[in-house]
Design a protein around this ligand. Structure first.
Ligand code: NAP
Ligand code: ZN
Ligand code: ZN
Length: 355
């Protein structure tokens, strides 16, 4: 005789995308009941990452609709399972882009769960072992296994902490990996959600920071965020002037750019790391690499241990995101503003407005 176990669930109010071309709309999302190793979080703030837009619009391949996106989650622990040791009710916590991984492959064991050989379980739009789909942070609450829940340190408010869970770690990880620090010249391409955190973090690490933006519209902001120099990429002189000058370029642009032109801005042995993930493939002229023993690399978020390290670094250096707090009914308008590069510098949804 077989017996089917029923998974107990509860529901929370949320916003979901129901197709690639419909606006996001109110939705009720099911969450699993708290298991022994689970943490139930009352979400307070949820950041809007450009990846949410790529996913909601099926730009990275067909999404599993309806999909609740959002992977910059900050909130307070409301309930913990019997075997939870890392978090307790009332703790200020965050959840980023992953909610699980295999935990046994060489990459998971090295703390690089984002590169799990079996594929990490994304916070949204990922298929789970039981055949369900994960649903993310544009919601009033979420249940996550304790090992993928981060602690938000004292001194960083939840609203400005939320974007650190993706924009913060996605820029911190490559900056650390490629040794941004004193004596290093770092360029950040695109001053949006990721870009503005890259500027703040690279500056706090002690690097000399240059912003390469489409125009000079945000120059004053960029310098206040910690940039030493600011150039418009629409001005062809920029590329001539900055030829062979950077040790590291962090490309955060969500669209296709002329990678070859940017590679020529690297010194010998310099690296351009792509964190931007445009829908369309990028091309490169091999001579730009060969001509300076240059590298073109990519980087995906960061591991759980490194994400905690980033949060602690941000607390120590008094860093948070520059945000504009919105209500759930403003999400679609916010998407249009992100697409128009009119974000200063991260939209954060007040989760009380999902009710
Ligand atoms: P965002 O806030 O929209 O910022 C992107 C910035 O790129 C814009 O503010 C704009 O800056 C610049 N830009 C946009 N369109 C451009 C174009 N056609 N040509 C040149 N520059 C352009 O987006 P985000 O949330 O920071 O995310 C950026 C990208 O990173 C997205 O593709 C996202 O999916 C990806 N991402 C990757 C990871 C990862 O782990 N690798 C994690 C999170 C996000 P200016 O106005 O200053 O030019
Ligand atoms: Zn993201
Ligand atoms: Zn793994």
């Amino acid at each position: 005789m077989s017996r089917v176990w029923e998974i107990m669930t509860f529901t929370v109010p949320a916003y979901a995308a129901t197709s690639a071309n419909e606006p996001l709309a109110p939705f009720t999302v099911e969450r699993r009941d708290v298991g022994p190793k689970d943490v139930r979080i009352d979400i307070k703030y949820s950041g809007i990452c450009h990846s949410d837009i790529h996913t909601a619009r099926s730009e990275w391949g067909p999404a599993n609709y309806p999909v609740v996106v959002g992977h910059e989650i900050a909130g307070v622990v409301a309930e913990v399972g019997a075997d939870v040791t890392r978090h307790k009710v009332g703790d200020r916590v965050g959840v980023g882009c992953m909610v699980d991984s295999c935990r046994e492959c060489e990459n998971c064991l090295a703390g690089d769960e984002q590169y799990c050989r079996k594929g990490n379980t994304g916070t949204y739009n990922s298929v789970t072992a039981d055949g369900g789909t994960t649903q993310g942070g544009y919601a009033a609450g979420i249940v996550v296994t304790e090992d993928f829940v981060l602690s938000i340190p004292e001194g960083v408010e939840l609203d400005v902490a939320a974007p650190l869970l993706c924009a913060g770690i996605t820029t911190y990880s490559p900056l650390r990996h490629w040794n941004a620090g004193p004596g290093k010249k770092v360029a950040v391409v695109g001053l949006g959600g990721l870009g503005h955190m890259a500027v703040k973090i690279a500056h706090a690490m002690g690097a000399e920071v240059t912003v390469l933006s489409q125009s000079l519209k945000k120059q004053e902001d960029g310098l206040k965020l910690g940039a030493d120099h600011y150039f418009a990429t629409s001005d062809p002189d920029t590329f001539a002037q900055l030829d062979s000058s950077f040790d590291l370029i962090v490309n955060t642009v969500s669209a296709r750019i002329d990678v070859t032109a940017y590679l020529r801005l690297l010194k010998v042995d310099g690296t351009m790391v792509n964190v931007g993930a445009p829908e369309d493939p990028l091309e490169v002229n091999a001579f730009a690499l060969i001509g300076g023993r240059r590298s073109w690399a990519g980087s995906n978020i960061g591991g759980i241990r490194e994400t905690q390290e980033m949060l602690d670094f941000c607390a120590e250096h008094h860093l948070g995101a520059e945000i504009e707090v919105i209500g759930a009914d403003q999400i679609n308008e916010a998407y249009e503003r992100v697409l128009a590069s009119d974000v200063r510098y991260r939209f954060v949804i007040d989760a009380s407005t999902f009710a």
